[in-house]
Design a protein around this ligand. Structure first.
Ligand SMILES: *[C@@H]1O[C@H](CO)[C@@H](O)[C@H](O)[C@H]1NC(C)=O
Ligand SMILES: *[C@@H]1O[C@H](CO)[C@@H](O)[C@H](O)[C@H]1NC(C)=O
Length: 398
């Protein structure tokens, strides 16, 4: 399973862990026992079909996916983040001027227009190939089974009602496979592929922002319901699934970047990388915000993946320092500021919001970075602040 989903799920489990003990104590928890299995499949959405019971016509219809496209209401944005120009949500007709702009990029075919139904096509994204596909045709679908917990990793943003229907569809599949197990079903969104929104066919008809951004047409959800039922059934039966078509290779090396490369870094005159040029206050209390600033290189010289640009450390009784916060903690912030473009100088500001449950003692802040030498090469450096005291008021003294 890919790292992106695992990360999402881990953070989910970590969040859950905080309350797990509480649940365990009051007897509402259930132990998860059983096998761990994962099934994954790439799917070419425009060629997928599914069965759909149409309430209006009373017929079972065969429906299909469409080549990706965004509707006019996508350009209108949402109520909380409106777009530019005069686009309005709920737009189900098109406009000749914007159609001309659209056709310059790629003209949707008659088949696209028919397939997308209620959606007037604003961008025929699936037909734009330059410089890459604008939106994916091939999505990544997967189901993980941990005992009787089903985690469906889905490649986009499901609306609340779409999520409920997906859970129901998976429940129907698990019930038909085994009638004794009571499966818990979790939908984990934005896994591996970003394919915008997934609305129900009814939500799609009104073409608000989410409907306009449901890129494989009115039956995007209908297709996912079928696919995830198949995946969960395969997972429970320990059956292999076809790997599916390969998605395009978006290896970072092949992507065009609009970021200019880091040319070089130099520290300020008379300074070295990692010098602490703004020291933290010498005495702080829970709730205070501590700031330290360091002479730095460009953070893009090394993205510190699985690592940290900063640490907050506490001195133990045996004179060793222990890391108590990194850049992954909410209580810290890391801000990089370019101070001279010509010299390539910059500095970072590291802030630490002293938590309420902090242990009193001696602390310090460290910064880890890399600089690019003007004659070539990227080198690591680190910096450390003066130590400062954290004083926790005695709760017994008022
Ligand atoms: C259901 O059938 C009606 C009548 O044929 C059609 O207009 C409508 O688009 C169909 N609904 C969906 C969600 O496909
Ligand atoms: C110092 O104490 C900590 C915690 O008690 C311990 O984990 C660490 O190994 C000790 N370090 C040394 C050098 O003794």
């Amino acid at each position: 399973m890919s790292a992106l989903c695992v990360m999402g799920w881990l953070s989910f489990f970590v969040t859950v862990k905080e309350h797990a003990n509480e649940l365990w104590q009051n007897g509402r928890a259930k132990e998860v026992i059983g096998p761990i299995r994962v099934v994954h499949q790439f799917v070419d959405m425009p060629t997928e079909t599914a069965e759909f019971y149409n309430v209006t016509s009373g017929n079972m219809e065969k429906v299909k996916g469409c080549i990706p496209a965004m509707g006019y209401s996508f350009a209108a944005g949402t109520t909380d983040g409106p777009g530019s120009f005069a686009f309005e949500q709920g737009t189900t007709t098109s406009n000749p001027f914007w159609n001309a702009v659209r056709n310059f990029l790629a003209t949707p075919t008659q088949e696209d227009l028919r397939c997308h139904g209620a959606k007037p096509i604003f961008l025929a994204t699936g037909r734009i190939k330059l410089p890459y596909q604008w939106q994916p045709r091939v999505v990544s679908t997967q189901v993980a089974l941990i005992g009787n917990v089903v985690i469906a990793g889905v490649p986009g943003e499901f609306t609340t009602m779409s999520g409920r229907r997906l859970r129901e569809a998976i429940r129907t599949a698990t019930n038909s496979v085994s009638d004794e197990e009571d499966y818990s079903i979790i939908i984990a969104g934005l896994c591996n592929t970003y394919s915008d929104y997934i609305t129900t066919p009814e939500e799609y008809q009104v073409q608000r922002y989410e409907g306009a951004s449901t890129i494989y047409g009115p039956h995007t959800l209908t297709i996912y319901l079928k696919l995830y039922q198949e995946l969960v059934t395969a997972a429970i039966h320990k059956k292999e699934v076809e790997p599916g078509p390969n998605p395009p290779d978006f290896n970072l090396k092949r992507l065009i970047s609009f970021l200019t490369p880091v040319l070089y870094d130099t520290p300020k005159w008379g300074r070295s990388f990692g010098d602490c040029i703004q020291q933290p206050k010498s005495v702080v209390h829970p709730g205070d915000v501590v700031t330290a600033s360091f002479v730095s290189g460009h953070p893009r010289n090394n993205l510190m993946t699985e690592n940290t640009y900063l640490s907050v450390e506490r001195l133990l009784e045996n004179d060793t320092w222990v890391m108590i916060a990194t850049d992954a903690d909410w209580e810290t912030k890391f801000k990089w500021v370019r101070t001279s473009v010509i010299l390539g100088s910059s500095q970072v500001y590291i802030t630490w919001e002293v938590p309420e449950n902090v242990k009193p003692g001696e602390y310090r802040i460290k910064h880890f970075g890399h600089y690019r030498y003007i004659l070539g090469g990227v080198y690591a450096y680190e910096g450390v602040s003066n130590t400062f005291k954290v004083i926790v008021p005695d709760p017994n003294i008022h």
